[in-house]
Write a protein of this length. Sequence first.
Length: 131
Amino acid sequence: MSLIYIIEDDEFMSRLYERMFREGGYEIKIIPEANEVFVELSGAGERPALILCDIMMPDVSGFDVLKHLKQDPALKDIPVVMWTNLGGKEEAEKARALGADDYLVKSDYGPKETLAKVDQILAAKRAAPAA
């Protein structure tokens, strides 16, 4: 069972997506404060197969989290999907430039569509030749 981190400060959204991902066969870790992801990743526990990261967080921007993850040689290979209410082209371009594997606008991707996108990204990662 693959572990997914959901970095999201909205408890309702977190629980809704947690339920959908669990039903889809994933183990979920909800991280309500962006800074906590670094504490989780520094531990000896299982690394996530993918991180679903909200951009608008109260403590640290999701863009800052993404930048830090992609600059760390030990973490840069973890796929990161930026997940937000910001629908602007500039934000999507910034996310991709920083190394995001995808950029999903919450109003365009419901729980089932988000799950399907995560399945697709992880399937592509499994199919890719090892570097």
